[in-house]
Design a protein around this ligand. Structure first.
Ligand SMILES: [Fe+2]
Length: 272
């Protein structure tokens, strides 16, 4: 690993709990069964990431394997916050399986999990139609991972993953977050989009092709408000931006943003 970011979170636990956050791996593996256009697209994207991350020393695939080994060595529970694959293709999905199958971790997706190509949507794109086909197919391929919401109580802290991969929170997230709060334990949230993201906060108007009905954004706003005002929620950890930064919600909940693992960077969190 090139750099392990260390974060300490004080929530009043009797003994420390370690979490390793892994995000934005951006695997660019192809398979001969993938369409030629996708294989060429992955060749191009591999070079984009190679320049951005200055790799070698390691490929994203190697960093992904190393991250799980690091978590084991540190006694840290891995939480993977999306964009594991750069596009939805056979090569990437099989590589995700090869590296992660048999490992115990929580996962929440990023937007790239559901993209066939990485490009801005164009007028007339069937953006939502593609998503409605790709998402269930990917979920069926990883039945042991709960894409929309998951939680694990470890040493008295509730580790929770919530899906906001499409720049909004699904209604299930709101219902389940409220149910988790009933446990009365400190909660630490993991998601793909940072709570400061312009798309998620709708500071930037969505592209007309990706825009959802207003009702969807109203529910998502309720999730944002709940996170901001629930005293049990101690911090949020996210990726998506590929760089390191720390922000906070209006009420002061920390918003940690972790760089992409394709750069050889992950975050070791010690919760005390
Ligand atoms: Fe990413």
């Amino acid at each position: 690993m090139e750099n392990i970011l260390h974060t300490v979170l004080e929530v009043g636990l009797p003994a420390p709990v370690k979490i390793l956050q892994i995000t934005d791996v951006h695997l660019t593996q192809t398979d001969p069964r993938d369409p030629v256009e996708q294989q060429e697209h992955m060749d191009h994207r591999r070079e984009v990431f190679r320049k951005e991350a200055n790799y070698p020393p390691c490929t994203p695939n190697e960093y992904f394997e190393e991250a799980f080994a690091l978590a084991e060595a540190e006694g840290a529970f891995p939480v993977v916050t999306g964009d594991v694959i750069d596009v939805h293709c056979i090569g990437n999905i099989e590589e995700f399986h090869r590296i992660s199958d048999g490992k115990d971790f929580l996962f929440t997706p990023g937007s790239h999990e559901f993209a066939k190509f990485c490009r801005s949507p164009k007028e007339g794109d069937d953006y939502h139609g593609r998503y409605r086909v790709i998402r269930p197919s990917l979920e069926a391929s990883f039945p042991h991972l709960n894409f929309t919401f998951d939680s694990r109580v470890i040493g008295g802290v509730n580790i929770i993953t919530v899906d906001n991969s499409r720049d909004w929170f699904p209604e299930e997230v709101l219902i389940k977050l409220k149910a988790e709060a009933e446990k009365g334990l400190p909660m630490v949230l993991f998601m793909h989009d940072p709570l400061a993201d312009h798309g998620l906060l709708r500071i930037r108007e969505p592209h007309p092709v990706v825009r959802m009905p207003d009702e969807v954004y109203k529910i998502s706003d309720q999730v944002l408000e709940f996170i901001d005002t629930c005293p049990l929620i101690k911090a949020t950890f996210s990726g998506h931006w590929h760089g390191e930064t720390v922000r906070s919600t209006p009420a002061g909940v920390p918003v940690y943003v972790t760089p992409g693992l394709f750069k050889g960077i992950c975050r070791l969190i010690e919760i005390r």
